[in-house]
Write a protein that binds this ligand. Sequence first.
Ligand SMILES: [Zn+2]
Length: 127
Amino acid sequence: MHEMSIACSVLEALEQEARRFPGGRILRVGLRVGELAGVDPESLEFCWEAAVRGTRWEPVSLEIERCARRQRCQSCGHEFPPAGDYACPACGSATTVFAGGDELELAHLEVEQDEPDWARTQSLERK
Ligand SMILES: [Zn+2]
């Protein structure tokens, strides 16, 4: 199952990231999923629960952030969700390029450190 292998990749990435936070406890992992990524979020959540069951990652919740398809205008830089045609709604230019909507990446981790009342969200810029 496609979503199961994605859940396993997320788990592997989590293992790696966890080494950067010794003594920290990962509470939540955020995943950015483009609408063109071919991933069914419900199925992925289901697979995630199955993948972490019985492991030390069981309490970690998976948050899926859906991203719509986007085009970027090469004339004015405006980014927009294409509706019907790909012309820029800001300046009317027809020269626009694909700008996103097929992402499948870790977006953030929420880590709780040993110190009480000290939780932070770690932003991860990666492809
Ligand atoms: Zn434009």
